[in-house]
Design a protein around this ligand. Structure first.
Ligand SMILES: [Fe+2]
Length: 266
């Protein structure tokens, strides 16, 4: 992969996404498309940043950037077709993304190895856990992407709950989940044992926020932990949850885990 190929792929992305805007006729649609376009660009920036922190070779940084940019390419046709970002109510947006790229023949100019990493990276980015038998280099890029993606989803959610929600609630972010009291006992149990939870356990908005706190236990790289700490993500997420004893315990477990992982020389 070279810089020209990356420019060509970025131009494809811009052109492809521009076709999903209604030019103001459907504001909810345009807001949702913008949400995922901006998210894709920021995940690209995050993955490049993590790759640089890890001192990866330039070729790998370029490849990682393309993976970040394309990881959610299935979101656009998913929203246009089903008007939701919920995979369980529509279809798997990762599989959809790989199909969209194949249909557009956009990866014809990259090597077989790079193409495989991009396709597997997309396919695996929304799985609960990565498959074990996969090639180690491919899994490394998958881990980079999963860290970069989570950093930006936290960014979007926190901004939404702290600034925007009071003015306008967004089904594209809240996934149509009810804002009911209480939360799932299975998610609480997972989080108190420093484990991520399955998204199928999410029944309301509290569960949704807790699930995202649990992503901390799926973070892979030291620079990502440092960034979570620097951006104060845990406190910001906990502050939009009810102040119960259970949630205090979730917060303490997560703070301890983060403190342990931000220490140098791990
Ligand atoms: Fe995604």
């Amino acid at each position: 992969m070279n810089r020209d190929t990356v420019r060509h792929l970025q131009a494809f992305f811009d052109e492809y996404v521009s076709g999903f805007y209604s030019q103001g006729e459907d504001q909810e649609n345009d807001w949702a498309i913008r949400l995922k376009e901006d998210h894709s660009q920021r995940v690209r920036e995050n993955i490049i940043w993590i790759s640089r922190q890890l001192l990866l070779p330039e070729q790998d940084i370029l490849l990682a950037g393309v993976l970040g940019l394309f990881h959610d390419i299935g979101r656009f046709s998913q929203y246009i077709t089903y008007r939701t970002f919920r995979d369980d109510l529509s279809e798997n947006h990762a599989e959809l993304g790989v199909k969209e790229l194949a249909g557009a023949h956009v990866l014809n100019d990259v090597s077989m190895e790079e193409r495989r990493i991009i396709e597997k990276g997309i396919l695996y980015h929304n799985l609960y856990a990565l498959p074990e038998g996969e090639d180690p280099r491919c899994l490394f890029f998958c881990r980079l992407l999963r860290d970069a993606d989570k950093l930006d989803i936290w960014n979007v959610i926190i901004q939404y709950y702290h600034t925007e929600k009071d003015n306008h609630s967004r089904p594209a972010i809240e996934l149509g989940l009810p804002d009911t009291p209480g939360c799932s006992q299975s998610i609480l149990r997972d989080l108190c044992s420093a484990k991520s939870s399955l998204s199928s356990a999410v029944k309301n908005l509290n569960d949704f926020k807790l699930l995202q706190i649990g992503w901390l236990y799926d973070i892979n790289f030291h620079p990502t932990f440092q960034e979570i700490d620097k951006r104060n993500y845990l406190k910001s997420m906990v502050s939009v949850l009810p102040e119960t004893e259970d949630i205090k315990k979730v917060a303490e477990t997560a703070e301890q885990y983060l403190a342990m992982h931000v220490q140098p020389n791990r």
